[in-house]
Design a protein around this ligand. Sequence first.
Ligand SMILES: [Zn+2]
Ligand SMILES: [Zn+2]
Length: 451
Amino acid sequence: MMRAGRPAVLMKLDWNELGTPRADRADGEWVEISGFATTLLPATKSAYFHLTAEPGCCPGCVPANPLAVIEVFAKRPIDLPLGSLRLRGRLAVCDDELGWRYQLKGAERKGWTRRRLLRATPLIALPMPALAQPMDGLAVDMHSHAGNVIDASFGRGSFSPVAEPMRQGSVSAICLAIVADALIIQRMDGRLRPIRSPAFGEVYRYSQVAFAKLHALAGEQRMPLLRTAADLRGAHSSVPSIIVASEGADFLEGKIERLAEAYQRWALRHLQLTHFTPNALGDIQTEPAVNGGLTAFGAEVVRQCNQMGIVVDVAHGTYELVKKVAAATRKPLVLSHTSLTEQPRAWTRLITPDHAKAVASTGGVIGIWPNLEFFSNYKAFADGFARMVDVVGIDHVGLGTDQLGIFAGSTMPSYANLSQLVAALGARYTPEETAKLLGGNYRRVFEASLS
Ligand SMILES: [Zn+2]
Ligand SMILES: [Zn+2]
Protein backbone atom coordinates (compact mmCIF):
# COMPACT_ATOMS: atom_id res chain seq x y z
CA MET A 1 0.00 0.00 0.00
CA MET A 2 1.32 3.46 -0.89
CA ARG A 3 1.55 6.02 1.87
CA ALA A 4 0.16 9.47 1.26
CA GLY A 5 2.67 11.60 3.18
CA ARG A 6 6.36 11.53 3.94
CA PRO A 7 7.10 9.63 7.17
CA ALA A 8 9.14 11.14 10.01
CA VAL A 9 11.79 8.41 9.73
CA LEU A 10 13.24 7.60 6.36
CA MET A 11 14.85 4.34 5.45
CA LYS A 12 18.49 4.99 4.60
CA LEU A 13 19.44 3.05 1.52
CA ASP A 14 22.93 2.10 0.45
CA TRP A 15 23.99 1.38 -3.09
CA ASN A 16 25.20 -2.11 -2.21
CA GLU A 17 21.67 -2.90 -1.02
CA LEU A 18 20.11 -2.40 -4.46
CA GLY A 19 19.04 -5.77 -5.80
CA THR A 20 18.71 -7.24 -2.31
CA PRO A 21 15.39 -8.21 -0.70
CA ARG A 22 15.70 -5.22 1.69
CA ALA A 23 15.66 -2.73 -1.21
CA ASP A 24 12.92 -4.55 -3.05
CA ARG A 25 10.72 -4.61 0.05
CA ALA A 26 11.11 -0.81 0.14
CA ASP A 27 9.07 -0.53 -3.08
CA GLY A 28 6.64 2.37 -2.44
CA GLU A 29 8.45 3.46 0.76
CA TRP A 30 10.24 6.75 1.43
CA VAL A 31 13.99 6.31 1.32
CA GLU A 32 17.11 8.44 1.48
CA ILE A 33 20.18 7.86 -0.68
CA SER A 34 23.32 9.73 -1.80
CA GLY A 35 24.82 9.69 -5.27
CA PHE A 36 25.88 11.67 -8.30
CA ALA A 37 23.45 13.27 -10.74
CA THR A 38 23.76 12.68 -14.47
CA THR A 39 21.56 14.37 -17.07
CA LEU A 40 21.18 13.55 -20.74
CA LEU A 41 21.96 17.12 -21.81
CA PRO A 42 24.24 19.41 -19.77
CA ALA A 43 22.15 20.99 -17.00
CA THR A 44 22.70 22.73 -13.69
CA LYS A 45 19.13 22.11 -12.60
CA SER A 46 16.66 19.37 -13.49
CA ALA A 47 13.52 17.63 -12.32
CA TYR A 48 14.62 14.42 -14.04
CA PHE A 49 18.03 12.80 -13.94
CA HIS A 50 19.90 9.66 -13.07
CA LEU A 51 21.59 9.11 -9.77
CA THR A 52 24.66 6.91 -9.81
CA ALA A 53 26.86 5.49 -7.10
CA GLU A 54 30.02 6.88 -8.65
CA PRO A 55 30.54 10.16 -10.55
CA GLY A 56 30.34 9.86 -14.33
CA CYS A 57 33.75 11.17 -15.36
CA CYS A 58 33.65 9.75 -18.88
CA PRO A 59 31.03 7.88 -20.89
CA GLY A 60 32.72 4.52 -20.28
CA CYS A 61 32.55 4.99 -16.51
CA VAL A 62 28.77 5.17 -16.38
CA PRO A 63 27.27 1.93 -15.20
CA ALA A 64 24.96 0.10 -17.57
CA ASN A 65 24.12 -2.08 -14.58
CA PRO A 66 20.62 -1.17 -13.28
CA LEU A 67 21.83 -1.82 -9.72
CA ALA A 68 24.17 1.16 -10.00
CA VAL A 69 21.65 3.74 -11.16
CA ILE A 70 18.35 5.24 -9.97
CA GLU A 71 16.03 7.18 -12.25
CA VAL A 72 14.97 10.32 -10.33
CA PHE A 73 11.69 12.23 -10.76
CA ALA A 74 11.92 15.32 -8.57
CA LYS A 75 9.01 17.32 -7.15
CA ARG A 76 10.56 20.40 -8.71
CA PRO A 77 13.87 21.07 -10.52
CA ILE A 78 16.81 20.37 -8.23
CA ASP A 79 20.13 22.24 -8.34
CA LEU A 80 22.66 19.67 -9.47
CA PRO A 81 25.99 19.96 -7.69
CA LEU A 82 29.30 18.88 -9.17
CA GLY A 83 29.75 16.58 -6.21
CA SER A 84 27.39 14.12 -4.59
CA LEU A 85 23.94 14.94 -3.36
CA ARG A 86 21.57 13.31 -0.90
CA LEU A 87 17.98 12.78 -1.98
CA ARG A 88 14.84 11.54 -0.35
CA GLY A 89 11.86 10.27 -2.22
CA ARG A 90 9.60 7.29 -2.73
CA LEU A 91 11.34 4.23 -4.13
CA ALA A 92 9.74 2.37 -7.01
CA VAL A 93 10.98 -0.97 -8.24
CA CYS A 94 9.92 -1.19 -11.89
CA ASP A 95 9.78 -4.08 -14.25
CA ASP A 96 8.06 -3.17 -17.50
CA GLU A 97 8.80 -2.95 -21.22
CA LEU A 98 11.68 -0.55 -20.51
CA GLY A 99 13.38 -3.16 -18.39
CA TRP A 100 14.00 -3.66 -14.72
CA ARG A 101 15.15 -0.59 -12.75
CA TYR A 102 14.81 1.55 -9.65
CA GLN A 103 13.13 4.94 -9.55
CA LEU A 104 12.92 7.66 -6.92
CA LYS A 105 9.67 9.62 -7.17
CA GLY A 106 8.73 12.96 -5.63
CA ALA A 107 12.43 13.38 -4.85
CA GLU A 108 13.80 16.32 -2.88
CA ARG A 109 17.33 17.28 -2.07
CA LYS A 110 18.48 16.75 1.48
CA GLY A 111 21.39 19.21 1.45
CA TRP A 112 25.03 18.81 0.61
CA THR A 113 27.00 15.80 1.65
CA ARG A 114 30.36 16.83 3.01
CA ARG A 115 32.38 14.11 1.43
CA ARG A 116 33.38 13.46 -2.12
CA LEU A 117 33.02 16.97 -3.50
CA LEU A 118 34.62 16.87 -6.88
CA ARG A 119 35.96 19.24 -9.41
CA ALA A 120 33.99 19.81 -12.62
CA THR A 121 32.53 16.60 -13.98
CA PRO A 122 31.23 16.53 -17.54
CA LEU A 123 27.58 15.53 -17.77
CA ILE A 124 27.01 12.97 -20.44
CA ALA A 125 24.46 10.89 -22.27
CA LEU A 126 23.86 7.39 -21.00
CA PRO A 127 23.38 4.50 -23.41
CA MET A 128 21.32 2.43 -21.02
CA PRO A 129 17.85 0.91 -20.76
CA ALA A 130 16.59 3.56 -18.32
CA LEU A 131 17.09 6.16 -21.05
CA ALA A 132 15.02 4.30 -23.61
CA GLN A 133 12.16 6.72 -22.90
CA PRO A 134 11.69 9.13 -25.81
CA MET A 135 14.10 12.03 -25.57
CA ASP A 136 14.60 11.44 -21.88
CA GLY A 137 11.71 13.80 -21.18
CA LEU A 138 13.30 16.80 -22.90
CA ALA A 139 11.30 17.19 -26.12
CA VAL A 140 10.01 20.67 -26.98
CA ASP A 141 7.22 21.55 -29.43
CA MET A 142 7.95 24.87 -31.13
CA HIS A 143 4.33 25.62 -32.10
CA SER A 144 1.06 24.46 -30.57
CA HIS A 145 -2.53 25.44 -29.81
CA ALA A 146 -3.02 22.44 -27.51
CA GLY A 147 -5.70 22.38 -24.83
CA ASN A 148 -8.33 23.94 -27.09
CA VAL A 149 -6.86 27.35 -26.33
CA ILE A 150 -8.11 28.96 -29.57
CA ASP A 151 -11.77 27.96 -29.20
CA ALA A 152 -11.68 28.69 -25.47
CA SER A 153 -10.59 32.24 -26.30
CA PHE A 154 -13.93 32.63 -28.10
CA GLY A 155 -15.78 31.06 -25.18
CA ARG A 156 -16.35 27.83 -27.14
CA GLY A 157 -15.83 24.60 -25.25
CA SER A 158 -13.63 23.79 -22.31
CA PHE A 159 -9.93 23.05 -22.10
CA SER A 160 -8.71 19.64 -23.21
CA PRO A 161 -5.85 17.75 -21.51
CA VAL A 162 -2.32 18.97 -22.26
CA ALA A 163 -0.09 18.14 -19.30
CA GLU A 164 -1.03 14.46 -19.09
CA PRO A 165 -0.39 13.61 -22.77
CA MET A 166 2.89 15.55 -22.52
CA ARG A 167 3.94 13.43 -19.54
CA GLN A 168 2.96 10.28 -21.41
CA GLY A 169 4.94 11.29 -24.49
CA SER A 170 7.92 12.75 -22.58
CA VAL A 171 7.41 16.30 -23.89
CA SER A 172 8.92 18.86 -21.53
CA ALA A 173 7.66 22.14 -22.96
CA ILE A 174 5.46 23.55 -25.70
CA CYS A 175 5.31 26.97 -27.28
CA LEU A 176 1.60 27.51 -26.75
CA ALA A 177 0.33 30.17 -29.10
CA ILE A 178 -2.65 32.47 -29.09
CA VAL A 179 -3.76 33.45 -32.60
CA ALA A 180 -3.53 37.22 -32.78
CA ASP A 181 -5.69 37.70 -35.88
CA ALA A 182 -8.22 34.96 -35.10
CA LEU A 183 -11.07 37.50 -35.00
CA ILE A 184 -10.69 38.53 -38.60
CA ILE A 185 -9.68 35.44 -40.58
CA GLN A 186 -11.87 32.89 -42.27
CA ARG A 187 -11.40 29.96 -44.59
CA MET A 188 -11.71 31.09 -48.21
CA ASP A 189 -10.16 29.87 -51.46
CA GLY A 190 -8.73 26.83 -49.67
CA ARG A 191 -6.80 28.87 -47.12
CA LEU A 192 -7.33 31.23 -44.22
CA ARG A 193 -7.71 34.84 -45.34
CA PRO A 194 -8.55 38.13 -43.63
CA ILE A 195 -12.21 39.03 -44.14
CA ARG A 196 -12.03 42.65 -43.02
CA SER A 197 -9.77 45.28 -41.51
CA PRO A 198 -10.06 45.35 -37.72
CA ALA A 199 -10.95 48.55 -35.89
CA PHE A 200 -8.03 49.99 -33.92
CA GLY A 201 -7.90 48.32 -30.50
CA GLU A 202 -10.02 45.34 -31.54
CA VAL A 203 -7.18 42.89 -32.09
CA TYR A 204 -5.38 44.15 -28.98
CA ARG A 205 -8.46 43.61 -26.79
CA TYR A 206 -8.95 40.13 -28.24
CA SER A 207 -5.30 39.27 -27.52
CA GLN A 208 -5.76 40.18 -23.86
CA VAL A 209 -8.67 37.74 -23.61
CA ALA A 210 -6.69 35.05 -25.44
CA PHE A 211 -3.55 35.46 -23.30
CA ALA A 212 -5.71 35.35 -20.16
CA LYS A 213 -7.30 32.09 -21.38
CA LEU A 214 -3.86 30.64 -22.04
CA HIS A 215 -2.83 31.53 -18.48
CA ALA A 216 -6.05 29.98 -17.17
CA LEU A 217 -5.25 26.77 -19.06
CA ALA A 218 -1.75 26.73 -17.59
CA GLY A 219 -3.18 27.22 -14.11
CA GLU A 220 -5.83 24.54 -14.53
CA GLN A 221 -3.29 21.99 -15.71
CA ARG A 222 -0.60 23.13 -13.25
CA MET A 223 1.86 23.88 -16.02
CA PRO A 224 4.59 26.42 -15.19
CA LEU A 225 5.22 29.28 -17.63
CA LEU A 226 8.88 29.39 -18.66
CA ARG A 227 10.36 32.87 -18.30
CA THR A 228 14.13 32.38 -18.41
CA ALA A 229 16.76 30.28 -20.17
CA ALA A 230 17.36 28.51 -16.84
CA ASP A 231 13.63 27.67 -16.62
CA LEU A 232 13.82 25.75 -19.90
CA ARG A 233 17.09 24.08 -18.90
CA GLY A 234 15.29 22.72 -15.84
CA ALA A 235 12.13 21.76 -17.73
CA HIS A 236 11.28 18.08 -17.89
CA SER A 237 8.17 16.15 -18.88
CA SER A 238 7.57 15.19 -15.24
CA VAL A 239 6.40 18.82 -14.89
CA PRO A 240 5.27 19.82 -18.42
CA SER A 241 5.73 23.54 -19.07
CA ILE A 242 4.55 26.29 -21.38
CA ILE A 243 6.44 28.94 -23.33
CA VAL A 244 3.86 31.67 -24.00
CA ALA A 245 3.72 32.44 -27.70
CA SER A 246 1.65 34.48 -30.11
CA GLU A 247 0.99 33.50 -33.70
CA GLY A 248 1.09 36.99 -35.18
CA ALA A 249 2.23 40.28 -33.63
CA ASP A 250 -0.96 41.96 -34.82
CA PHE A 251 -1.89 42.93 -31.25
CA LEU A 252 0.95 45.48 -31.22
CA GLU A 253 -1.06 47.56 -33.71
CA GLY A 254 2.09 49.54 -34.45
CA LYS A 255 2.76 50.30 -30.77
CA ILE A 256 6.20 48.99 -29.77
CA GLU A 257 5.57 49.51 -26.04
CA ARG A 258 2.99 46.72 -26.13
CA LEU A 259 5.83 44.23 -26.63
CA ALA A 260 7.23 44.95 -23.15
CA GLU A 261 3.71 44.84 -21.79
CA ALA A 262 3.12 41.35 -23.24
CA TYR A 263 6.55 40.25 -21.98
CA GLN A 264 5.73 41.33 -18.44
CA ARG A 265 1.99 40.80 -18.14
CA TRP A 266 1.67 37.58 -20.12
CA ALA A 267 5.23 36.14 -20.00
CA LEU A 268 5.42 36.27 -23.80
CA ARG A 269 8.72 34.65 -24.80
CA HIS A 270 8.10 33.51 -28.40
CA LEU A 271 6.64 35.84 -31.02
CA GLN A 272 5.69 34.88 -34.56
CA LEU A 273 5.79 38.14 -36.49
CA THR A 274 2.98 37.47 -38.96
CA HIS A 275 0.06 35.09 -39.54
CA PHE A 276 -2.76 35.08 -42.11
CA THR A 277 -3.32 38.85 -42.12
CA PRO A 278 -0.82 41.28 -43.67
CA ASN A 279 0.07 43.32 -40.57
CA ALA A 280 2.26 46.28 -39.60
CA LEU A 281 5.40 44.08 -39.53
CA GLY A 282 5.63 42.57 -43.00
CA ASP A 283 4.52 40.29 -45.81
CA ILE A 284 2.98 36.85 -45.56
CA GLN A 285 3.08 33.79 -47.80
CA THR A 286 -0.68 33.59 -48.33
CA GLU A 287 -1.51 37.15 -49.51
CA PRO A 288 0.08 39.48 -52.07
CA ALA A 289 3.27 41.12 -50.78
CA VAL A 290 2.90 44.83 -50.09
CA ASN A 291 5.81 45.70 -47.82
CA GLY A 292 8.89 44.49 -49.67
CA GLY A 293 9.30 41.87 -46.95
CA LEU A 294 9.79 43.55 -43.59
CA THR A 295 8.57 47.01 -42.54
CA ALA A 296 10.63 49.44 -40.47
CA PHE A 297 8.30 48.66 -37.58
CA GLY A 298 8.88 44.93 -38.13
CA ALA A 299 12.65 45.47 -37.92
CA GLU A 300 12.16 47.49 -34.72
CA VAL A 301 10.12 44.63 -33.21
CA VAL A 302 12.91 42.16 -34.08
CA ARG A 303 15.53 44.37 -32.39
CA GLN A 304 13.35 44.78 -29.30
CA CYS A 305 12.72 41.02 -29.12
CA ASN A 306 16.48 40.44 -29.26
CA GLN A 307 17.02 42.93 -26.48
CA MET A 308 14.19 41.80 -24.23
CA GLY A 309 14.70 38.07 -24.67
CA ILE A 310 11.85 36.92 -26.92
CA VAL A 311 12.33 34.22 -29.56
CA VAL A 312 11.59 35.57 -33.07
CA ASP A 313 9.53 33.20 -35.22
CA VAL A 314 9.25 33.92 -38.97
CA ALA A 315 6.66 31.26 -39.83
CA HIS A 316 4.08 32.44 -42.40
CA GLY A 317 6.45 35.22 -43.56
CA THR A 318 7.62 35.50 -47.17
CA TYR A 319 11.16 34.60 -48.22
CA GLU A 320 11.83 38.35 -48.54
CA LEU A 321 10.66 38.86 -44.97
CA VAL A 322 12.89 36.03 -43.72
CA LYS A 323 15.96 37.41 -45.51
CA LYS A 324 15.37 40.86 -44.02
CA VAL A 325 14.72 39.53 -40.51
CA ALA A 326 17.87 37.40 -40.82
CA ALA A 327 19.82 40.56 -41.62
CA ALA A 328 18.25 42.52 -38.73
CA THR A 329 18.41 39.95 -35.94
CA ARG A 330 21.28 39.44 -33.49
CA LYS A 331 19.79 36.14 -32.34
CA PRO A 332 18.97 32.85 -34.11
CA LEU A 333 15.52 32.65 -35.73
CA VAL A 334 12.79 30.07 -35.55
CA LEU A 335 10.46 29.15 -38.41
CA SER A 336 8.22 27.01 -36.30
CA HIS A 337 5.89 25.01 -38.57
CA THR A 338 6.39 24.17 -42.22
CA SER A 339 7.93 21.61 -44.54
CA LEU A 340 10.30 21.60 -47.50
CA THR A 341 9.21 21.97 -51.11
CA GLU A 342 11.27 22.22 -54.29
CA GLN A 343 8.31 23.50 -56.30
CA PRO A 344 6.18 25.87 -54.26
CA ARG A 345 2.57 26.25 -55.31
CA ALA A 346 0.82 29.61 -55.17
CA TRP A 347 0.11 30.69 -51.57
CA THR A 348 1.99 27.71 -50.14
CA ARG A 349 2.95 27.59 -46.47
CA LEU A 350 5.88 25.32 -47.33
CA ILE A 351 9.37 26.72 -47.91
CA THR A 352 12.08 26.31 -50.53
CA PRO A 353 15.67 25.23 -49.75
CA ASP A 354 16.88 28.86 -50.01
CA HIS A 355 14.16 30.02 -47.63
CA ALA A 356 15.23 27.30 -45.18
CA LYS A 357 18.90 28.22 -45.52
CA ALA A 358 18.13 31.86 -44.66
CA VAL A 359 16.75 30.68 -41.30
CA ALA A 360 19.62 28.25 -40.69
CA SER A 361 22.18 30.97 -41.52
CA THR A 362 21.21 32.72 -38.27
CA GLY A 363 21.90 29.53 -36.31
CA GLY A 364 18.15 29.02 -36.19
CA VAL A 365 15.69 26.13 -36.33
CA ILE A 366 12.91 25.12 -38.75
CA GLY A 367 10.00 23.17 -37.31
CA ILE A 368 8.54 20.29 -39.33
CA TRP A 369 4.78 20.15 -39.29
CA PRO A 370 2.78 16.91 -38.92
CA ASN A 371 0.25 18.03 -41.53
CA LEU A 372 -1.79 15.06 -42.80
CA GLU A 373 -2.00 16.75 -46.18
CA PHE A 374 1.71 16.02 -46.61
CA PHE A 375 2.53 13.21 -44.17
CA SER A 376 0.12 10.29 -43.86
CA ASN A 377 2.10 8.40 -41.21
CA TYR A 378 5.10 8.65 -38.88
CA LYS A 379 7.53 7.26 -41.42
CA ALA A 380 6.52 9.93 -43.93
CA PHE A 381 6.76 12.55 -41.18
CA ALA A 382 10.30 11.38 -40.34
CA ASP A 383 11.12 11.53 -44.07
CA GLY A 384 9.98 15.18 -43.94
CA PHE A 385 12.51 15.83 -41.17
CA ALA A 386 15.20 14.08 -43.21
CA ARG A 387 14.57 16.17 -46.34
CA MET A 388 14.99 19.35 -44.31
CA VAL A 389 18.08 17.96 -42.53
CA ASP A 390 19.61 17.21 -45.93
CA VAL A 391 19.27 20.90 -46.83
CA VAL A 392 20.20 22.70 -43.58
CA GLY A 393 21.86 20.09 -41.36
CA ILE A 394 20.94 18.25 -38.17
CA ASP A 395 21.39 21.34 -35.97
CA HIS A 396 18.67 23.37 -37.68
CA VAL A 397 15.53 21.23 -37.69
CA GLY A 398 12.90 20.78 -35.00
CA LEU A 399 9.30 19.84 -34.23
CA GLY A 400 6.37 22.25 -34.67
CA THR A 401 3.13 20.31 -34.27
CA ASP A 402 0.63 23.19 -34.66
CA GLN A 403 -1.57 20.95 -32.54
CA LEU A 404 -5.29 21.80 -33.01
CA GLY A 405 -4.29 24.25 -35.72
CA ILE A 406 -4.11 22.08 -38.85
CA PHE A 407 -7.23 21.92 -41.03
CA ALA A 408 -6.23 18.70 -42.76
CA GLY A 409 -5.64 17.03 -39.40
CA SER A 410 -2.41 15.99 -37.73
CA THR A 411 -0.15 13.00 -38.29
CA MET A 412 0.62 13.26 -34.56
CA PRO A 413 -2.61 14.42 -32.90
CA SER A 414 -1.45 13.76 -29.33
CA TYR A 415 1.82 14.28 -27.46
CA ALA A 416 1.26 10.82 -26.02
CA ASN A 417 2.26 9.50 -29.47
CA LEU A 418 5.70 11.11 -29.55
CA SER A 419 7.39 7.73 -29.09
CA GLN A 420 6.18 6.76 -32.58
CA LEU A 421 7.99 9.73 -34.07
CA VAL A 422 11.05 8.92 -31.95
CA ALA A 423 11.00 5.39 -33.37
CA ALA A 424 10.60 6.63 -36.96
CA LEU A 425 13.46 9.11 -36.56
CA GLY A 426 15.50 6.45 -34.75
CA ALA A 427 15.53 4.41 -37.97
CA ARG A 428 17.61 7.20 -39.55
CA TYR A 429 19.35 9.02 -36.74
CA THR A 430 21.35 8.32 -33.58
CA PRO A 431 19.66 9.04 -30.23
CA GLU A 432 21.79 12.21 -29.95
CA GLU A 433 20.65 13.42 -33.38
CA THR A 434 17.01 12.60 -32.61
CA ALA A 435 17.37 14.53 -29.34
CA LYS A 436 18.53 17.59 -31.31
CA LEU A 437 15.57 17.36 -33.69
CA LEU A 438 12.94 16.91 -30.99
CA GLY A 439 14.08 19.59 -28.58
CA GLY A 440 17.82 20.17 -28.35
CA ASN A 441 17.94 22.60 -31.27
CA TYR A 442 15.04 24.70 -29.98
CA ARG A 443 16.53 24.67 -26.50
CA ARG A 444 19.72 26.16 -28.00
CA VAL A 445 17.83 28.95 -29.78
CA PHE A 446 15.69 29.72 -26.73
CA GLU A 447 18.80 29.92 -24.56
CA ALA A 448 20.55 32.24 -27.04
CA SER A 449 17.46 34.41 -27.43
CA LEU A 450 16.88 34.87 -23.70
CA SER A 451 20.46 35.54 -22.67
ZN1 LIG B 1 0.45 28.77 -38.58
ZN1 LIG C 1 -0.68 27.67 -35.55
